[in-house]
Write a protein that binds this ligand. Structure first.
Ligand SMILES: Nc1ncnc2c1ncn2[C@@H]1O[C@H](COP(=O)(O)OP(=O)(O)OP(=O)(O)O)[C@@H](O)[C@H]1O
Length: 735
């Protein structure tokens, strides 16, 4: 510079740009001056350029900017990379919005209340040690103070900042940011921060850079958990990076992130993170199943007693599920005692010690942790779960023990067990026993005297889990029984089991011998026998039929209540037509419409407020309340009751029709012939001239109520049978 760093008029002329109207609107003038990198020291000549709106003087050696006092219309000022020591050493231009003083030597911030229009202030690479004077900058949305000596975050309260950069200072604590309600981008990299506490209330925060700090604990990320708009976070070069599974853990804690440490968070990573730290029940069950299957496959393979000769007949099991102490075990024992010709109790293994009165081998097989783990590794379990710090597991041998007796196995377990069992080859009926009056349930838990408060809280909280699964997965449980009153629950369960089995009472209720195969419903039984005869002779056919049913049930989207109602009406008409009856148009028009939502049948079983659980009434296949219909011969003929008995015949006669009928929430009877009934005598009944086309109302006792059905019931058309002749005293395994 000839003039020793002084800006000359010639030079100014060369550097002016943007000809436009002055702010006063009275004349045309140049609005912008840009003189970068000229080693300027003296710019006092600019006092004459009062209309400038944008002034750029970077990379010079300017120490004095007082000329700006003469530029009342200035909007943008860039004086970066100079030698300024004075902070805003000029009279405030009224509309000054953007100022860049980075790379200067300013040490102290002064009061900027006069700069009320300021919206962007860049003060990087100076010598500031404290933030001050910004309180009145009510439009300041971007503030950068990178590479200074700031040790504490202060003086920013209630500013409308959207971007705040405090990179490369000496900050050790995130503080006083909670009032920055608009903050979206925060750069605190290269500081000395150890904790993320202090960020939790900045709800609009989308990007936070914490690279090169001292964060060492993964759990610090939990402070950001509620920041649902947080998309980008950088924790590179923090000690926390050395923690095992750091990335997955952070992704799990901050599931909205799309960029972590400058790398995109993939969908796979998100799934892995959730599966690792909060696996859904399905995942837990899949892992459990895989474990046991793998260990089991490592053992010498045998044909199990529970493997039935018919390909489509899974071994019959009944699973009672529900929260702890809801009475599952008690009811299971009672059921097995009363239906001892059909069911036996499958005792699980547990590592918990026996409670008072519990018998080893009867309630549980009580084993040590070591024994339990050995059993796992020997592939002896079908499923296991940890509950209340103890292991529980259903061993293959428990099932085989019952199967060898020619009986169906009745077990009880928590929800996780159900999930796991659903992955196995078994296809039990799942009956949910659920408390509906929480207070009663709590009283019951307390009365048992076994459980700590925490255990009781867990048990109570799981009621909602069961209810949620039932709500969200219609058909997950085959039946739901409120268990507030154990006696009532048992009666409902008993009734249900009888329906499964196709039984009818002949004598007193509690007399075990009174529960016998329904020889009086000979037609129904005969038809079922016919169906099973077909099965025996035509295994592949029935297998593929069942297989098709399953596939179809899986592929078919869940029907809406309206669809189901429509299907029901059509099926009913078909039934009427099949039984030789046809409703008149009038009757069809004015017939009472049936309940339409089998998916909510479960909740039908739950008493409504103000009703006792005894008000629970089973609902038939077609959604009819049997009581409601019982007076009408015609409606009885087309009810779920008669349909239930005809289902076997239909399936035997025509697979297609069989599967059609199965699409309703029908619960078909267990083929009792498979429990050692004399087939020939039953066949005799069948041969006595009764055909599937005979009027349905005559075939089944109308006193037998149908059970609550469920969508997808056709997946398990019957509680699968044990073939006749299997029930034997010889308990030798067929290996
Ligand atoms: N193999 C298993 N898999 C999953 N859950 C199981 C298994 N065996 C037992 N459970 C369940 O573990 C829970 C704890 O068992 P515990 O014996 O302490 O309860 P409980 O008092 O018998 O409960 P309930 O009276 O409802 O049967 C119960 O809900 C029980 O059903």
């Amino acid at each position: 510079m000839e003039n020793d760093g002084e800006l000359t008029e010639d030079e100014v002329f060369k550097c002016l740009s943007i000809l436009g109207q002055s702010a006063t609107g009275l004349q045309h003038t140049y609005l912008c001056l840009s003189v970068p990198g000229r080693d300027l020291k003296n710019v006092s000549i600019l006092c004459n350029y009062i209309y400038l709106q944008k002034l750029e003087l970077p990379y010079n050696k300017i120490k004095d900017l007082s000329c700006v006092s003469h530029m009342p219309h200035l909007i943008i000022l860039d004086a970066s990379h100079n030698q300024l020591t004075d902070f805003f050493g000029f009279q405030p231009p009224k509309n000054l919005k953007e100022v860049n003083f980075s790379h200067n030597q300013i040490a102290v911030m002064k009061d900027l209340s006069a700069y009320s229009s300021l919206s962007k202030l860049i003060l990087d690479y100076n010598s500031f040690s404290a933030i001050s004077g910004l309180e009145k900058c009510k439009r300041l949305s971007h503030l950068s103070l990178a590479h200074n000596n700031i040790s504490r975050i202060r003086g920013l309260d209630h500013l409308p900042l959207r971007v705040l950069c405090l990179r490369a200072n000496v900050i050790s604590k995130i503080e006083n940011l909670q009032t920055l309600r608009n903050l979206q981008v925060l750069d605190l990299s290269c500081n000395r921060i150890q904790s993320l506490l202090g960020l939790q209330n900045i709800h609009l925060l989308g990007t936070v850079n914490l690279e090169s700090n001292l964060i060492s604990e993964i759990k610090e990320a939990a402070h950001l958990h509620d920041l649902i708009l947080l998309r980008e976070m950088n924790l590179l070069r923090n000690p926390v990076q050395n923690q095992d599974d750091y990335r997955l853990a952070v992704i799990f804690l901050l599931q909205h992130l799309i960029l972590l440490d400058q790398h995109t968070v993939t969908a796979e990573e998100k799934v892995s993170a959730v599966n690792k730290y909060d696996p859904p029940l399905e995942v837990i069950a899949a892992r459990d199943h895989m474990t046991h299957l793998m260990y089991q496959l490592m053992q010498p393979q045998v044909i199990f007693d529970s493997t039935l000769p018919s390909l489509d007949a899974p071994y019959p099991m009944l699973v009672l599920t529900g929260p702890q102490a809801c009475g599952k075990r008690e009811l299971a024992h009672k059921l097995c005692r009363e239906f001892r010709d059909y069911f036996a109790y499958g005792a699980c293994h547990t590592t918990r010690g026996p409670y008072y009165g519990e018998e080893d081998g009867s309630d549980y097989h009580f084993v040590t942790e070591e024994e339990f783990q050995n059993m796992i590794q020997m592939g002896q379990f079908v499923q296991t779960m940890q509950y209340g710090g103890h292991w529980y597991g259903l061993s293959r041998e428990s099932i085989e023990h019952v199967a060898r007796e020619g009986l169906a196995c009745c077990v009880h377990m928590e929800l996780e067990g159900v999930y796991s069992l659903k992955n196995s080859c078994f296809e039990p009926r799942y009956v949910l026993l659920i408390p509906t009056v929480v207070d009663n349930y709590v009283c019951f838990l307390k009365a048992r005297g076994f459980y700590s408060n925490a255990q009781m809280e867990t048990a109570v909280s799981r009621i909602d889990l069961y209810a949620k699964i039932n709500r969200e997965k219609p058909g997950f449980f085959d039946n739901i029984i409120p268990c507030d009153d154990r006696a009532e629950a048992y009666q409902t369960l008993k009734q249900l089991v009888k329906e499964y089995l196709g039984l009818e009472e002949q004598g007193g209720e509690d007399d075990s011998s009174s529960v016998t195969p329904d020889n009086t419903s000979t037609n129904a039984t005969g038809e079922l026998l016919a169906a099973n005869t077909t099965k025996d002779t035509d295994l592949m056919d029935s297998y593929s039929r069942n297989y098709q049913n399953k596939i179809q049930a899986k592929m078919t989207p869940q029907q809406s209540p309206a669809e189901m109602a429509s299907n029901h009406r059509r099926q009913q008409l078909i039934r009427e037509a099949l039984s030789g009856k046809s409703l008149g148009a009038y009757a069809e028009l004015f017939q009472r419409s049936a309940p339409t939502a089998p998916s909510s049948l479960a909740s039908h079983s739950l008493p409504q407020p103000g009703h006792s659980s005894s008000s629970v009434r089973p609902v038939g296949l077609d959604g009819h309340d049997p009581d409601e219909d019982s007076s009408s011969e015609e409606s009885r003929a087309s009810s779920g009751l008669s349909m239930r008995s005809s289902a076997g015949a239909l399936s035997a006669e025509s697979p297609a029709r069989g599967s059609d009928t199965g699409s309703g929430p029908n619960i078909e009877p267990l083929d009792i012939s498979m429990f050692g009934q004399d087939r020939d005598s039953l066949r005799g009944h069948m041969d006595s001239g009764l055909t599937p086309d005979a009027p349905r109302s005559e075939r089944v006792s109308p006193t037998l109520p149908s059970s609550p059905g469920r969508p997808g019931a056709n997946v398990k058309p019957v509680l699968p049978p044990i073939p006749s002749g299997r029930k034997t005293n010889d308990s030798g395994s067929k290996q």
